[in-house]
Design a protein around this ligand. Structure first.
Ligand SMILES: [Zn+2]
Ligand SMILES: [Zn+2]
Length: 202
């Protein structure tokens, strides 16, 4: 039993019908035809290719296409990337940005020590790179830090300080909506903010 084949790894399937149009001869008001002596042109030759439902592999031999994480569960259309799809794309871009495309001006040895190296381009897009685990990690770190900062900023925006009866309290923990019925939590006592500040904050 041969391995199933993944569609995405094959070249594009041609459309079921394809019309080739060839114009022979120059522009002229005379609707003559060049196929016979004395014809003036232009003449249009049409050829129709019909592929029908041609597929390079029997339909039952296709492997399932991989989905971006979260896509199947949320039913998000492929052209509208799920949040994970966006993050994956940003990480992939970080890897591409850290890959030398041969214009860094360093010697080959220096470049290999400092950058990821391109291995395969697919339709002009960098498809495969080579590098040490440390180089890949270093390429991803800024993007991962940026995700963390984005998330932290969202949580901080919820736990904003508000003034209530002469005290500064945490909006989120005090159930603030312009006023509060809860017992207010002082802003500098908010455990969430303290946790976000982390063990290495001063
Ligand atoms: Zn280089
Ligand atoms: Zn808070």
């Amino acid at each position: 039993m041969p391995e199933p084949i993944r569609k995405g790894t094959l070249p594009c399937t041609p459309p079921p019908e394809w019309e080739f149009t060839t114009v022979v001869g120059g522009q002229s008001d005379d609707p003559g035809v060049l196929l016979f002596p004395g014809n003036e042109g232009p003449v249009v030759v049409r050829r129709l290719r019909i592929y029908g439902d041609w597929e390079p592999v029997r339909p039952d031999r296709w492997m399932d296409e991989p989905h971006a994480a979260g896509e199947a569960a949320s039913g998000v259309q492929p052209n509208q990337p799920a949040p994970d799809g966006r993050r994956l794309a940003l990480l992939a871009r970080a890897i591409r940005d850290a890959t030398c495309e041969g214009n860094c001006g360093r010697t080959e040895e220096e470049c290999e020590a400092a950058s990821l190296q391109p291995v395969v381009w697919h339709h002009g897009v960098l498809a495969r790179v080579e590098g040490t685990p440390e180089q890949i990690a270093a390429a991803l770190l800024p993007a991962i830090d940026a995700f963390a900062r984005e998330l932290t900023a969202k949580v901080r925006a919820l736990h904003r300080p508000v003034q209530h009866n002469g005290r500064t309290i945490c909006a989120e923990r005090s159930g603030w909506d312009g006023s509060t019925d809860n017992s207010p939590v002082a802003y500098d006592q908010c455990r969430t903010l303290r946790a976000l500040d982390g063990p290495d904050s001063s």
